[in-house]
Ligand binder design. Structure first.
Ligand SMILES: [Zn+2]
Length: 210
């Protein structure tokens, strides 16, 4: 894909996510790999009103090259890319239901959301929960780095999900799957659940490795 097309795609998906209420105000950010670095959504930008011409471009060290100043949460993206060299794009949202799950006092850090549907297992696999740190705290970058090699989807406690994919479309769809599964899980809280067995989960991982 050309850089021009990728710039358009970032704006298209940003608007689509914003229009459906998946990340309010100026929250959330998107990045995608290009030759020699990354494109990122600018700081304080609303994902619903991105301009392909002013997206931030940073080099492979994260230093700005052109466009508006990159998102303050660029470090989250850089930490994830450092551990996932095959990732082509990352989406970070403040999506309501995923945030809600991250706030529950009894959320299991080893399995914040149980395997309730096949598509959740196929697109997210094993979600990691990273403890709360204030935005900008360098400890948060290290905490993400620690789990990113084993998990392409990470839920930041009291904050939101960070999801990597081989390309932008894959990362967006996986983030949406996570949000919808979080919604389902919250609807089902207090009910007796028939979650997928370990055998079924392993079968899906074998058939559809992420
Ligand atoms: Zn955030």
């Amino acid at each position: 894909m050309t850089e021009a097309k990728l710039r358009e795609e970032i704006c298209y998906f940003g608007k689509s996510l914003f229009d459906r209420g998946l990340t309010p105000g100026s929250s959330g950010n998107i990045s995608a790999r290009v030759d020699g670095g990354w494109l990122m959504t600018p700081t304080n930008s609303c994902l619903g009103r991105l301009d392909p011409a002013t997206l931030s471009k940073v080099d492979d060290q994260g230093n700005p090259i052109s466009g508006d100043k990159p998102t303050k949460e660029a470090f989250l993206h850089m930490s994830m890319y450092a551990e996932r060299p095959a990732a082509g794009a990352i989406v970070h949202l403040h999506s309501t239901h995923s945030v809600a799950v991250s706030v529950l006092a009894d959320t299991d850090p080893d399995q914040p959301i149980p395997p309730i549907t096949a598509y959740y297992v196929m697109k997210i696999g094993k979600l990691a929960l990273v403890p709360y740190y204030a935005p900008g705290d360098p400890t948060l970058a290290n905490a993400v780095k620690e789990v990113a090699g084993r998990h392409h989807a990470v839920l930041l406690a009291n904050h939101g999900p960070v999801v990597a994919g081989k390309d932008l479309e894959t990362a967006v769809y996986a983030t949406e799957e996570l949000e919808e599964t979080a919604k389902l899980y919250l609807m089902l809280r207090g009910e007796k659940l028939k979650i997928l067995s370990l055998e079924r989960v392993n079968e899906l991982h074998r058939k559809y490795p992420s």
